[in-house]
Design a protein around this ligand. Structure first.
Ligand SMILES: *Cc1c(COP(=O)(O)O)cnc(C)c1O
Length: 433
């Protein structure tokens, strides 16, 4: 990497590796797939992030999705600060939890009741247990390349870091658990039909990222989500939308609003925590009422609904609710980015595909005409992406250190930030091998 000064990050990484496996608390942060070492971050503000050596980057990672409003957004930080002064955890109900639930249910009407947890992983894990409890069935269907957190049931053909590092099927997941997870191909109706035919009355739920974000951005084909709604209903299985990325990003009411398809259960995370550790799952009241203490499905959490997390989440959702124009502005800036990158590919003589839904976007380096499923995504030239990534980083642009992730545009990005990105991207593209 030709950044002038990264000694601080290099030293910090060496120190971390002695006491933290791989030196990181989440694998993709290690930058392995792009042949670089991680930058240790000191601070961030708006659309910019600064490492421990004082290098400042225009950021399109956005903490992998949560920072829709930009880093250190004043209203969010102020809410957290004020709340912290009153104590940080009580293990007893607070009114902020109800406010949070009221905001979520108002903005996403299919969610009639919602339970707060501490991460997206907890949300999907709990939603699946609930679906199994409700239907009295064991099996679930997921899609190749979709990522639903790191719970055992989902580490079967998983996307995100698991795909990047080539370990989509993790060691340590028992055969018994793996047997209950069936895998279909994204955008392939027949693959879903075949599973329902093979396992009649055994499938509790189908879980899907309504817009896939963990094998790079892949949009659902026209009618695909509708089809999933119909086939799950016909088989008395629940439809779970994992909107941990798309929730409050692709529309005020998430992908379900954007595509007009209503799931039985929805999982949320990332944006709803405003940068604090939060997840949530919710949906039909008759299903949610199966949860303890009202019902027989157990799920709990010492820090669930934590006051700081609720303060950050409520502040974020309130801003989004009060300023719906944020979404049209995101659309405009993201369309500008998409058009610029597409033009860059053409001018630089590089082949590639750009998929975008609202403010989530991936540019795939591939010779294919389209990228519609995991196999298509795997056709990408990851070495070229790594080269591109390193060149961009050297020009102070920070984007995901993997081909199979999203670029996220935030409310803090200005049109001139987007133009800066396009210009630097062009220069990086023309120098690629
Ligand atoms: C990030 C993500 C998760 C997991 O959330 P964590 O907070 O990382 O546990 C689950 N589903 C999707 C779609 C995600 O993008």
């Amino acid at each position: 990497m030709s950044l002038s000064e990264t000694d601080g990050s290099v030293a910090a990484f060496m120190r971390a590796q002695k006491v933290i496996p791989g030196g990181v608390n989440s694998p993709v942060r290690a930058f392995r797939s792009v042949g670089a070492g991680p930058l240790f971050i000191r601070q961030a503000a708006g659309a910019y992030i600064t490492d421990v050596d004082g290098n400042t980057f225009l950021d399109f990672v956005g903490s992998w999705g949560p920072m829709l409003l930009g880093h250190a957004r004043r209203e969010v930080i102020e809410a957290v600060r004020q709340t912290a002064l009153q104590g940080t955890s009580f293990g007893a109900p607070t009114v902020a939890e109800t406010e949070m639930a009221e905001l979520i249910t108002a903005m996403m009407p299919s969610v009639e009741k919602v339970r707060m947890v501490n991460s997206g992983t907890e949300a999907t894990m709990s939603a699946v247990r609930l679906a199994r409890g409700f239907t009295a069935r064991d099996m679930i269907i997921k899609f190749d390349g979709c990522y639903h957190g790191h719970a055992d049931s989902f580490l079967i053909k998983a996307g995100s870091g698991a795909a990047t590092l080539g370990i989509p099927d993790s060691r340590g997941v028992t055969k018994a658990t793996a047997r209950d997870t069936l895998v279909a191909r994204y955008n392939d109706r027949q693959s879903v039909e075949a599973l329902f035919d093979s396992y009649p009355s055994q499938i509790a739920a189908l879980i899907v990222e309504p817009v896939a974000g963990n094998m790079g951005v892949i949009l659902p084909d026209e009618g695909f989500l509708d089809f999933l709604r119909r086939i799950t209903r016909a088989n008395n299985a629940l439809l779970i939308f994992d909107e941990v990325i798309t929730g409050f990003r692709v529309a005020t009411g998430g992908a379900q609003q954007r595509y007009g398809v209503i799931p039985d259960l929805t999982t949320l995370g990332k944006i709803i925590g405003g940068g604090l550790p939060v997840g949530a799952y919710g949906g039909r009241a008759d299903i949610m009422n199966m949860l303890a203490p009202d019902g027989p499905v157990y799920q709990a959490g010492t820090l669930s609904g934590n006051p700081l997390a609720m303060a950050a989440g409520c502040a974020t959702l309130r801003l989004l609710k009060q300023h719906p124009q944020i979404y049209s502005e995101l659309e405009k800036k993201s369309a500008l980015l998409e058009a610029g990158l597409r033009d860059n590919l053409r001018r630089a003589g590089q082949s590639g595909v750009i998929n975008r839904c609202g403010s989530m976007l991936t540019m795939f380096f591939t010779g294919r005409d389209s990228v519609c499923n995991h196999a298509d995504a795997m056709s990408c030239d990851t070495a070229k992406y790594a080269d591109y990534f390193r060149r961009l980083l050297a020009t102070r642009i920070y984007q995901a250190p993997s081909q199979f992730e999203c670029m996220f545009v935030s409310d803090a990005h200005t049109e001139s930030d987007i133009e800066q990105m396009i210009e630097k991207s062009y220069k990086s593209m023309t120098s690629l091998k």
